[in-house]
Design a protein around this ligand. Sequence first.
Ligand code: NDP
Length: 399
Amino acid sequence: MSRVLIIGAGGVAGVVVKKCAMLPEYFSEIHLASRTVAKCEKLQEEAGKDRVVGVYQVDADQASEVAALIRKVQPDLVINVALPYQDLPIMDACLETGVHYLDTANYEPKDEAKFEYSWQWAYHERFKEKGIMALLGAGFDPGVTNVFTAYAAKHYFDEIHYLDIVDCNGGDHGQAFATNFNPEINIREITQRGKYWENGEWHETDPISVREDLDYPNVGVRPSYLLFHEELESLVKHFPTLKRARFWMTFGDQYLTHLRVLENVGMTSIQPIEFQGQKIVPLEFLKAVLPNPGSLAEGYTGLTCIGTYVTGLKDGKEKTIFIFNNCDHAACNAEVGAQAVSYTTGVPAMIGASMMLQGHWMKAGVWNMEQFDPDEFMERLNKYGLPWQVVECDSPFKR
Ligand code: NDP
């Protein structure tokens, strides 16, 4: 018997719900709650009422509301696929009720575009004392990229030195401008200053100012820009031999031109402004007029390619490997009615949950993905829709 409560009913949640519903051997009972209950009902309809047995309205900014719902549903695990703002109230509710927790993105305060693990790592002792576990960042990046790194370190190297995580969306959704996951969270992330780790310290760069043209398997050459991404913070902590760790994401010229215009006219700001007698946040308004990422799936073509270049030493010799997955937008739509960015996030969340519920990864405290043995998780990626490959290659990056 394994009962899960999934919170959130957006693009990623749709994939988590449907993949969990396909696996009654791991998830015997699924409950779904979100801010807008109609979205839960729609997903329940699509996944089957025999599998999603309860839907609920909840404001997950309120820990007390979440705790009351947990008491009613009595789940073994809460899967948080709402927004990063809800991480702490949901963790508080899990602590209060003694239930395990999993999420896909680290906490961000709503009024400051800043993300770091300090807030969630601060729960470690309390989760440990309560005898419950939190698994943080169980999406693709963060998530699978952390596990790829752990797998490389375990099977291919004696010591790892250089890490470059690369995230390419080579797909085409046919829209002039759209984001592939929650627009507010996405735009906050990419308009921040870039940051990477080198020789024991963080170095900052102007936003989207450092470019490499990288060749992605089955996609081709794409302009890729250095960004700060949350898994860098945990990976440099847990792999202290790393001399440098960076993250790269592809953006097309059309996307960047739109983004620059939106920034220049103030539409990406999170400072509230007065508009016709009420306060509005420009970025929240922008989110309301942009396409819903979940709606992009129909007609989306092409592949994503997300992976991890690792360079290090094996038997005294330096080598580089690239571990990656290609994911096809159209195939994801055919399987679960989602585009590949939601799919590549939702499938690892489902797998992470199955690993916890079956006891493969179960340890009281707050943990990142790379802190567990990677092998069974890697097996399950192959089995449940995200097959990966490892190639030995020359590093495409300069020292
Ligand atoms: P969406 O905006 O599509 O969905 C978010 C859902 O959360 C919506 O259903 C929304 O409700 C619900 N929600 C928001 N606020 C509350 C609240 N206060 N109480 C209850 N429910 C709430 O986002 P995505 O599905 O695109 O993203 C989900 C998460 O996945 C995000 O945290 C994102 O950062 C993360 N992510 C992680 C990735 C990774 O690889 N690790 C990659 C992509 C995303 P409503 O429908 O009412 O708006």
